[in-house]
Design a protein around this ligand. Structure first.
Ligand code: IMP
Length: 200
């Protein structure tokens, strides 16, 4: 099976290549099929809606079985913010480091037991031939630190400590983070979904 991993983020294409290694599946990126410039607006109000919006749009444009995902960090003391707006938290002027600092400053004075948060990820797979749509959800629970620790990973990794560990995701390498991460947990459901699509 050829599977389009529809993301502008080359890091994610590589991550899915790792996660799906061992399956009889050729992973193709948007750039490989000349769709590198096609942007799709995330107009949904949930991770699931946004993952499906992207998977449907790229499946239609490519006529290929297409995977898209949507993810973010949900902070309880901030009523679930930044959530689906994680990549845009604080507006277009901020980079990843600026977004992390904004999060830490919005939690200033909040005690550790109230700094609970989770990363969430929904992976959507759409088959344009049959119209079949599947989604998989993954979540990892943890706490937001009071300061950054570690430089690995991306986004909010240096300020997120998963439950049961003393280190942040920023202090783990990908072989430690991937099996327990929201994206890794969702991806564990992909072999069954792809098998089902083949049988549809
Ligand atoms: P998207 O899923 O590409 O829309 O990205 C959502 C945003 O959530 C990213 O830009 C990051 O800021 C954040 N995010 C999602 N997953 C992770 C992760 O595994 N580590 C750190 N930040 C993440």
């Amino acid at each position: 099976m050829r599977l389009l991993v529809a993301t502008q983020n080359q890091g994610k294409v590589a991550e899915y290549q790792n996660l799906l290694a061992g399956l009889d599946c050729e992973i193709v990126g948007l750039g490989d099929i000349g769709l590198g410039d096609l942007d799709v607006d995330e107009t949904g109000t949930t991770f699931e809606a946004n993952a499906l919006i992207k998977a449907r749009a790229y499946a239609q444009a490519s006529n290929m079985i297409t995977l898209s995902d949507d993810s973010g960090i949900v902070v309880d003391a901030l009523n679930g913010e930044p959530g689906i707006y994680s990549a845009r938290y604080g507006g277009p002027g901020l980079d990843n480091a600026g977004r992390r600092q904004l999060l830490l400053s919005n939690l200033l004075g909040v005690p550790d037991e109230k700094r609970t948060a989770h990363f969430a990820c929904v992976i959507a797979v759409v088959d344009p031939q049959t119209g079949a749509e599947y989604t998989a959800y993954g979540q990892v629970d943890g706490h937001i630190m009071t300061e950054e620790r570690g430089t690995s990973g991306f986004g909010y990794d240096p300020v997120f400590r998963p439950l049961g560990d003393t280190r942040t995701f920023g202090q783990m390498d990908s072989s430690e983070k991937d099996p327990i991460s929201h994206r890794g947990v969702a991806a564990q459901q992909l072999p069954a979904i792809l098998k089902q699509i083949e049988a549809d």
